[in-house]
Design a protein around this ligand. Structure first.
Ligand code: KIV
Ligand code: ZN
Length: 390
């Protein structure tokens, strides 16, 4: 399969600072990038793609400084298939305790037409650029961009060339989010079985979310033999984004019964980094986003709140504490029932009998019909009014 020492271990490669920052409008300042890199390092991300050093002076400086400050993570920079990009990338990442050059070229017919190269010309370019990168750095990742729309024979041929030239990780990007999960698993499996030397390298999966399948495709790729998932915090990334780190990590953790692979991520750090990335990128997280959305651990309806108060496993498959939240939230609204209202009033210090609850519940429903959410202060006001009238 691959040369990851522990076959159960999936490496997490975070590209929030490179592919994520490529989202129009998501640009981060130098200090913000250093902060996010530090949080990624602390949470146990194996490889941080810190930027695209030749893209700008600012990117170069950010990648260099992240490389110098890194503690545990391997620091990677992106480079196109030319010596100038690769040299600049190496200059930026070489200060890290562990560094990586990631070089890529578009291999599908559509992407080959951009530089107007024949299959043979592109194959030569891949050989010389990967060899050059490997002469500089012992850890080289190579990506055939738009791999999932590249002809099968040509894809096998160029991967073999990259491996022979010294690539240590082969990343298979689904650049336009076109693949479906069954194909994703099958593609990686067949590549590992077919390409000579495939068992000497790690296969990675890099999925985009254009059809909402990035997480499913990444997990399917792991089932097919990939041992590195490329992802971003909150799924930040171009167009519909990249695979969300928090989704693949929590899926592997929660459904370890059928996906027996583990990551090195400290999941209790997820919520904090999610909020910081949302703030610094200016991309708010949608309320119903899996894992990190405001409503991911919130239950408003009466039936659900009652069920939660009896046993949280009734409606929660993960514990909010596992991602760094203090607990479940049971917001009160027009769908809430008596059990949740009583529970909330008790937390606020009120002891009420059944008759008083009945009365307060009517007033609460009346208020909830007019407001989206009933807050603690609203309940306190209702109780004060009730005392005054008594
Ligand atoms: O989506 C993509 O193909 C990429 C490559 C640069 C790996 O981001
Ligand atoms: Zn990408």
């Amino acid at each position: 399969m691959t040369n990851v020492t522990d076959q159960d271990r999936v490496l997490i490669f975070d590209t929030t600072l490179r592919d994520g920052e490529q989202s129009p409008g998501a640009t981060m300042t130098h200090d913000e990038k250093l902060e996010i890199a530090e949080l990624l390092d602390e949470m146990g991300v194996d490889i941080i793609e810190a930027g695209f050093p030749i893209a700008s002076e600012g990117d170069f400086k950010a990648v260099s400084e992240i490389a110098q400050r890194s503690k545990n993570s391997r620091i990677c920079g992106l480079a196109r298939a030319n010596f100038a990009d690769i040299d600049r990338c190496w200059e930026a990442v070489k200060h890290a305790g562990k560094s990586r050059i990631h070089t890529f070229i578009g291999t599908s017919p559509l992407h080959r037409a951009i530089p107007n190269l024949t299959q043979d010309e592109m194959a030569d370019k891949i050989h010389e650029t990967v060899s050059h990168a490997r002469n500089l750095c012992e850890n080289v990742q190579w990506s055939p961009m738009d791999a999932t729309r590249t002809e099968w024979d040509y894809l096998c041929r160029v991967i073999e060339i990259a491996i022979k030239a010294g690539a240590t990780t082969i990343n298979i990007p689904d650049t336009v989010g076109y693949t479906a999960p069954v194909e994703s698993a099958d593609l990686i499996k067949r590549l590992i079985e077919t390409v000579p030397g495939a068992d000497e390298v790690i296969f990675a999966t890099h999925c985009h979310n254009d059809l909402g399948m990035a997480t499913a495709n990444s997990l399917a790729a792991v089932a097919g033999g990939a041992r590195q998932i490329e992802c971003t915090i909150n799924g930040l990334g171009e167009r519909a984004g990249n695979t969300a780190l928090e989704e693949v990590v929590m899926a592997l953790r929660t459904r370890n019964d059928i996906m027996p692979w583990k990551t090195g991520i400290d999941t209790t750090k997820i919520m904090h980094i999610s909020r910081r990335v949302a703030t610094v990128s200016g991309f708010n997280v949608q309320f119903n986003k899996a894992i990190v959305g405001k409503n991911a651990f919130a239950h408003e309806s009466g039936i659900h709140q009652d069920g939660m108060l009896k046993n949280r496993e009734n409606f929660e498959i993960m514990r909010p504490e596992d991602i760094g939240l203090s607990g479940t939230s049971l917001p009160l609204g027009k769908h809430s029932g008596r059990a949740a209202l009583r529970d909330k009033l008790e937390t606020l210090g009120y002891e009420i009998g059944d008759n008083q609850l009945k009365d307060i519940f009517v007033r609460f429903k009346d208020l909830a019909d007019r407001k989206k959410e009933v807050f603690d202060d609203d309940l306190i006001a209702l109780m004060t009014l009730d005392d005054d009238e008594a």
